[in-house]
Design a protein around this ligand. Structure first.
Ligand SMILES: [Zn+2]
Length: 323
């Protein structure tokens, strides 16, 4: 009997033990935390400081340029410039206000912002950014000629310039319809011929002052469809020598090389006959001096009248061969 009692007691102890362990709370799992991710510290490249003063838009800090004769005087004021970057964050120019046309312009004739944006630009204190050009879908440019240009020499010049593109390139011009969200309005300009670079969402203007002839309208339309000046090409030093000593320091950034997002257009090589190349004397301090010459040291004849063979090739690279 004693043996039976002992076995029964042992069995009871085992059963109680099993029950106890089954009911016991499981030990909490150890939480393994991931080590904190170290954010690399990227230091910005030092750049020229732009410290705009906050003033009313009615008295902008940026000196306004109403005509080219006054421009030189205004340019002696360092505040006449707004620094401008490309979309790589590289300083590529200085922009100036064209008060009458209510636009901010860089590289002589490229609109980079509107005057109404000036206050915001000054408050932000950041350089303007010249975004890479957006191209017109199917090369179709919707256009309108404002009433003040109708019946003028400039309207004739616009039509001749458009014909040049229509005959030689895939670019097409169609009168603006109410459904067109992107379009160009040819508008009276105060003193220059001005255009944006590439297609701008929501519409854009091409400003034409008196004297904007067929060749100048072709040049502006080249900007409108996305092309910059030939002297700003990255590879220009192989072909062109910039005579910095003959150029006002204030204008040096006009000759800055600009990295293109679209390298395909460089396949055509540098083009001395491009309508996008400035004349050798452009921006020279002394009349008669040259700002640019060929790498052999001589001035070059300029084409200010029509698209060159390479201009046409480049348009076809971007917009497709002519239909
Ligand atoms: Zn231009």
């Amino acid at each position: 009997m004693k043996k039976v009692a002992l076995l029964s007691t042992m069995l009871l102890i085992i059963l109680v033990g099993v029950k106890y362990f089954n009911n016991s709370t499981p030990a909490p799992k150890e939480v393994i935390k991931a080590p904190p991710v170290q954010t690399p510290i990227v230091k910005a490249t030092p750049r020229p400081k732009f410290t705009p003063k906050k003033r009313s838009i009615k008295t902008p800090v940026v000196t306004t340029i109403n005509n080219t004769k006054k421009a030189k005087q205004a340019l002696s004021d360092p505040e006449a410039f707004i620094p401008m970057d490309d979309d790589y964050g590289i300083l590529i120019g200085h922009a100036m206000v064209y008060e009458k046309d209510e636009v901010i312009v860089a590289h002589g004739d490229v609109i980079v912002a509107e005057l109404k944006d000036l206050e915001r630009i000054q408050e932000e204190g950041k350089p303007l950014v010249l975004q890479s050009a957006k191209y017109w879908p199917d090369g179709k440019v919707s256009f309108q000629i404002s009433p003040e240009l109708q019946g003028t020499e400039r309207e004739r010049a616009i039509k001749l310039a458009m014909d040049e593109f229509i005959k030689k390139t895939p670019i097409r011009f169609v009168p603006r319809s109410p459904e067109d969200k992107e379009f160009v309005i040819f508008t009276e300009g105060s003193e220059n011929c001005l255009s944006n670079l590439g297609m701008i969402y929501g519409g854009q203007k091409i400003y034409l002052s008196e004297g904007c002839d067929k060749g100048k309208v072709i040049h502006e339309l080249m900007h409108t469809i996305g092309f910059l000046h030939e002297q700003n090409r990255e590879d220009r030093d192989k072909h062109l020598t910039v005579l910095w000593q003959n150029i006002d320091e204030e204008f040096h950034l006009q000759f800055k090389k600009i990295k293109s997002r679209n390298q395909k257009i460089y396949k055509t090589g540098f083009d001395f006959t491009s309508i996008m190349l400035y004349p050798p004397e452009a921006f020279s301090v002394t009349p008669g001096d040259f700002a640019m010459v060929t790498s052999e040291g001589s001035p070059y004849p300029v084409n200010r009248h029509s698209l060159s063979t390479k201009d046409i090739q480049r348009i076809k690279i971007i917009y497709g061969a002519k239909n």
